[in-house]
Design a protein around this ligand. Structure first.
Ligand SMILES: Cc1ncc(C[n+]2csc(CCOP(=O)(O)OP(=O)(O)O)c2C)c(N)n1
Length: 684
């Protein structure tokens, strides 16, 4: 890439960047000035000279992605978005961290143009960047597998901090990035040796360079200048080297001094997370050659110079577009696919590929899910994923999809554009990578593990929900029904804990046909969802006797009514629906009118209208029993004061599923007794 000579105006823009970082925090009285000050030359160099971006079209398909992994240093990003002309103006910096502003405390995806990802939980950004880099390669496989153009080649640039590299999730993801030889991933590590408690060496002494080399990364070390300033020229050389490195990810380990050049605050942990104070800011401005009386100040000349990056972006974009138009005419089918993915639509009749399951044949919902995944995969090339080393258990493998790996050797079934991701035993990174894939924009990823290990990935699941990403978590072995592996593997509190995450659909189908319907819904709804699937076989209901599985799309539906006016309602999810059905038969034999409600997704049910909800759970029927092999938390809302909750409020044990279901009361008899108790309570 051609780069203009670095000029005095560039120096001025960097200086202004440092001042704006101080001013923004000082005005609101809180925030993180130090890192944004010292990283001003780094971020400016990146946005002006390396990043392929078009500030006037933040969604340009051919753009590089930028991930600020140390989200607390949000000003590092906001100041560049201001200087590059993404729509942020000085007033937005003046409103930093205030309600409704475009500059919230941490960058929020979907809120501010130019913010590619929500960051703040340290480690998650760099881990998701690995997902973006993987998605980039997969998308290239969809649109230009012969590498005839460079249309789908772009870089993922990351700035990360000490905290990012202390977090386990970054280690998990970076290790996988090495295996995947992600040459399009370029990380600048701000090695300032300061975190909140001071010198990071109180807790972090390893040789980070050696560690990243061991992961298979190209590592470049850049020392600071004698006065503590960033050695910008050395950095630029390192960035050029990173740009040309295509065989492996690059880590530029950049020595910096936090809050440089503040005379007293530089190098201190206080400057990490507190306003510097008026005096220190004034002294720093004098040291920078600025007027200490002025705040939020930039000359028209400097701003115009910085915003000339728009012309650079427009040129990059228009050159790309010319090549793109040629590609479109040469590859109309691929272009059609791309347009469909950009428009977020699905092919006509795509649901024909979703299997239906024969009544009477028992099958575990995880196995049914595996068949559905394979059906969907035949019609949606954007659908890909894998497992954290539990593919056979989670049934996540797309048959014939080939392993996603950079080289085929030594694995004959591998391809750089394969559809099967081997995450290794790295659940947290798997979640973050799935988020990165989804953020990259075009494809639809899924990832599997045991439900109990959703805890290991919870931070990523929460971020998926927060960013509203169309990621699907495939969690099998969803209860004590997994049996002999015992309490370490038996989820108890997990369904409730996951339901507590806003905007996450927790989906627990009762049989194979519900599994098919809920997968269809998940794909159609394009929102974060987690499937809880049984290890054990479950009956496939005869839908001529029981209501159509289509009801699962509403989140809860009447599976069976013994009479139009039930005396009691049994509400169950997943494998416990079979227990509810058995209990209903017992109650019916005693002349009691029973309704069985299957409730695979309480979040979807909550979205239905009041009339539908009333039709499933009529207010007048107050005798109700919920049956779910997990903690009671959450169920009182559905069963009411007269209701009974058949639940599991302690850990499980190592024994067969049948033994455990019987021992812990998930039996027709126990549920029927609970129903009678509830009927008695409701009529008293
Ligand atoms: C997962 C996580 N844990 C804790 C925090 C709280 N926190 C925010 S910044 C920070 C210190 C970060 O230090 P460093 O990464 O070195 O950033 P710098 O001081 O260079 O800005 C901590 C602990 C967080 N944001 N995320």
């Amino acid at each position: 890439m051609n780069r203009d000579q670095w000029s005095a105006l560039d120096d001025q823009a960097v200086i202004v960047g440092r001042a704006l970082a101080m001013d923004s925090v000082q005005k609101v009285g809180n925030g993180h000035p130090g890192t944004a000050m010292s990283l001003s030359p780094v971020a400016y160099t990146l946005f002006q000279r390396f990043l392929r971006h078009d500030p006037q079209d933040p969604h340009w398909l051919g753009r590089d992605r930028f991930v600020l992994s140390c989200g607390h240093s949000s000003l590092t990003l906001y100041i560049q978005l201001f200087l590059s002309g993404y729509g942020l103006e000085m007033k937005d910096l003046e409103e930093f961290r205030t309600e409704g502003s475009l500059t919230p405390g941490h960058p929020e995806f979907g809120h501010t143009d130019g913010v590619e990802i929500t960051t703040g939980p340290l480690g998650s950004g760099i881990a998701s960047a690995v997902g973006m880099a993987m998605a980039s390669r997969y998308e290239k496989g969809l649109f230009d597998p012969e590498s005839a153009t460079q249309l789908f080649d772009h870089n993922i640039w990351v700035i990360c901090s000490d905290g990012d590299l202390q977090e386990g999730v970054s280690a998990e993801a970076s290790s996988l990035a090495g295996v995947q030889a992600l040459g399009n991933l370029k990380v600048i590590y701000d090695d300032n040796r300061i975190s909140i408690e001071g010198d990071t060496h109180r807790a972090f002494t390893e040789d980070v360079s050696a560690r990243y080399r061991a992961y298979g990364w190209h590592v470049i070390e850049v020392a600071a200048m004698a006065d503590g300033n960033v050695d910008r020229e050395l950095l630029e050389r390192a960035m050029v080297e990173a740009e040309t490195e295509s065989r492996m990810p690059t880590l530029i380990r950049l020595k910096t001094v936090i809050a440089w050049p503040a005379p007293h605050a530089q190098g201190t942990s206080k400057s990490h997370g507190s306003a510097l104070g008026a005096n220190e800011i004034a002294e720093t401005k004098v040291a920078l050659g600025l007027d200490p009386e002025k705040s939020f100040s930039i000359s028209d000349e400097v701003l115009a110079h910085a915003r000339a990056v728009q012309a650079r972006g427009a040129e990059l974009h228009s050159n790309w577009l010319k090549e793109f138009q040629v590609w479109q005419s040469v590859h109309p089918e691929r272009a059609q696919l791309l347009a469909r993915l950009q428009n977020q639509t699905l092919p006509e009749n795509w649901t024909d590929a979703i299997p239906t399951f024969e009544a009477g044949k028992d099958i575990a919902t995880r196995a049914a899910s595996g068949k559905v995944i394979n059906g969907i995969a035949t019609v949606l090339p954007e659908f890909w994923g894998g497992s954290a080393d539990l593919a056979d258990s989670n049934n996540t493998t797309i048959e014939g999809g080939r392993s996603f790996l950079p080289l085929t050797a030594p694995f004959e079934d591998a391809s750089p554009y394969g559809r099967i991701i081997h995450f290794g035993i790295r659940e947290h990174a798997m979640g973050a990578i799935l988020n990165g894939v989804a953020l990259h924009g075009l494809t639809k990823p899924f990832g599997g593990t045991f439900l109990v290990f959703s805890d290991y990935m919870r931070g990523s699941v929460r971020l998926a929900a927060l960013m509203n990403l169309p990621v699907t978590f495939v969690w099998s072995h969803d209860s004590i029904g997994l049996g002999e592996d015992g309490p370490t593997h038996q989820p108890i509190e997990h369904l409730a804990a996951l339901r507590a995450i806003p905007n996450l659909a927790v989906v627990r189908p009762a049989d194979a046909n519900e599994t098919a319907i809920v997968w269809r819904e998940i794909i159609t709804r394009r929102k974060p969802a987690g499937l809880a699937l049984s290890r054990q076989n479950l009956p496939t209901w005869d839908r001529t006797i029981y209501s159509p599985a289509q009801g699962a799309a509403h989140g809860a539906y009447v599976l069976h009514d013994s009479s139009a006016n039930p005396s009691v309602i049994l509400i169950a999810t997943g494998s416990e629906v079979a227990v509810a059905v058995a209990a209903s038969q017992l109650l019916q034999s005693q002349g009691i009118a029973v309704r069985v409600v299957s409730a695979p997704c309480l979040e979807w049910f909550a979205e239905t209208d009041a009339q539908y909800q009333e039709s499933v759970l009529p207010r007048l029927v107050t005798a109700r029993v919920s049956i779910e092999a997990g903690v009671a938390q959450g169920w009182r809302e559905y069963v009411g004061d007269a209701g009974e909750i058949v639940s599991l409020n302690h850990f499980g044990a190592s024994a067969s599923a049948n033994t455990l279901f019987a021992k812990y009361g998930f039996t027709a008899e126990n549920v029927a007794q609970a129903a009678i108790r509830s009927i008695n309570k409701s009529t008293n």
